[in-house]
Design a protein around this ligand. Sequence first.
Ligand SMILES: [Zn+2]
Length: 284
Amino acid sequence: MNKKIVILILFVFFSALTLLNNNGQIKGATDNKLAVYFLDIGQGDATLIRTPAGDDILIDGGPNNTLLQKLGEYLPFYDHKIETIILTHPDSDHVTGLVEVIKRYEVDRVLMTRVYSDSTSYLSFLAEVEKNNITVEVIDQPEVVDFGGGVTFDIIYPLENLVGQKVDSTNNTSITGKLIYASTTVMLTGDLENEEELAARHLDLKSDIYHVGHHGSSNANDLSFVSAVEPRYAVISVGANNHYGHPNYRTLKNLEKVAAEVFRTDQLGDIIFASDGSSWEIVK
Ligand SMILES: [Zn+2]
């Protein structure tokens, strides 16, 4: 083929990629912005984070394969790589959707506690992680994880090594931390129900966005914790008409007391925020 034609084709191809990147194909994740997608996957959690550098982090995967459809919608068509998966805890409403993601995407690393659970979906997840030779980083103490592009995840819980341990409540093993991009922050607690103990430790919990604990259950979201986070925005990942009665009335009351603006996936579908490092834009 003529050299000029090859150059022209390459130019058109890369121009198209740039246009797709900048014109909302990836809603919210424009240049130099951090985007956080609280995905509406029914009763469960699945949160996608896209860094300003274009790296993808998934925190939990929801109870089914709705996640695959969502990733297809929000990731650029050429992006088949998830840089980091964080599994907060092994319950099926958090782990199930991740199994197919690992089969279909290239995943660099998985962060988890490796606490014991015999749930079928968790065992399938562990088997896929092993089969695909994915690097596992065990979270066994507070630490700061660098996502690149100026984005970090400041993990404040768990405090101990839980590898292979049988526990009374897997909820209380949930990896909990603060996502930080310059002066903007998001508090993520999974299904942690011991959150009032974190409040008692006088950590700097204050965050702009609070991913409301345990789908808005009253077992989580103690007023002492919610007051310490003092969020401007509260996002509840919850399925419509779920039989747990989530979100609980008391949780909603506590959020009201701190004047947080509440966003619910059962009412709004996917909820997307984007940060330029100094303030948040509500994309959807
Ligand atoms: Zn859950």
